[in-house]
Write a protein that binds this ligand. Structure first.
Ligand code: F6R
Length: 262
């Protein structure tokens, strides 16, 4: 659990961790997320590609989710989001970028084949995650089974509300999405969750320090052997043990190289 002074510093830390993993393993299988929080992470990765030659040419990516019913070139689709925020600005081979196909004629077959592709590439090395206000990771809405795999999920009312703005009204938000399951996410070798802003403070405290419950999918990450949660000060306000987390980041050798990031 790492607390950074503001949203930019939190995103910078996440981008640096991703870059370090990618440099250590150019064939990294990278799990990606969409949403407002991730925009600054992708902006920083693009900058590192341009200025420091961060190389995406051999990596493979798997996104967490995609809306059912949207074509890939729909401006609201997650494929479009990824192309605009990351893929078209870096040297990733688009054939190595994977998102579920929300237009597949047989959605269950699509979900099975998505899981099979992840397995074919040896599983996800590093999974980037955001968190919804109801505690979802991916689109694993309340009561998602911790053993769930990639499947179609109906979106919860709070998720529809949260996404209403970008669609121009709650009625226009697709009702369903394909999402990796909680079980799929837990199988990735490392998880990296980023949250910022006061609206995430309550759910972050519940996710990190609260009891494990399927009502809050993010609490499943407490079962993961290597999960790092990065938040800014406003999102850290409800944490009970924040002084302890600060001390770990300030003193543990693992974080030394990341401390100087503003
Ligand atoms: C998106 C995703 C979601 C978001 C979450 C936070 O691919 O999987 O879980 O990460 O809804 O979204 P923002 O960052 O917009 O608050």
């Amino acid at each position: 659990m790492i607390i950074r002074p503001d949203a930019d510093a939190a995103a910078a830390l996440v981008a640096r961790i991703i870059a370090k993993e990618l440099r250590a393993n150019p064939h990294l299988v990278l799990g990606l997320a969409t949403g407002r929080t991730m925009e600054s992470v992708y902006r920083l990765l693009v900058r590192m590609h341009r200025k420091e030659g961060l190389d995406f040419s051999l990596c493979r990516t798997f996104n967490l989710d995609e809306y059912v019913g949207l074509y890939p070139d729909d401006p609201h689709s997650f494929r479009h989001y990824m192309n605009e925020h990351l893929f078209r600005h870096v040297n990733v081979d688009l054939r190595n970028t994977h998102l579920p196909n929300g237009q597949a004629p047989d959605l269950d077959a699509e979900c099975r084949s998505y899981e099979a592709s992840i397995a074919r590439f040896g599983g996800i090395d590093l999974q980037l995650l955001g968190i919804g206000q109801a505690g979802h990771i991916g689109f694993n809405e309340p009561l998602s089974a911790f053993r769930s795999r990639t499947r179609v999920k109906a979106l919860a009312p709070l998720t529809l509300e949260q996404n209403a703005q970008s669609f121009g009204g709650t009625d226009r938000v697709p009702r369903r999405a394909i999402t990796m399951g909680v079980g799929t996410i837990l199988e990735s070798r490392r998880c990296l969750l980023l949250a910022s802003g006061p609206a995430k403070a309550e759910i972050i405290a519940k996710a990190v320090e609260g009891p494990i419950t399927a009502m809050i999918s993010a609490t499943a990450l407490q079962l993961h052997a290597r999960c790092t949660v990065v938040v800014d000060e406003p999102a850290a306000q409800r944490l009970g043990a924040s002084e302890y987390y600060r001390r770990i980041f300030a003193t543990e050798p693992e974080w030394e190289e990341f401390r100087c990031l503003e």
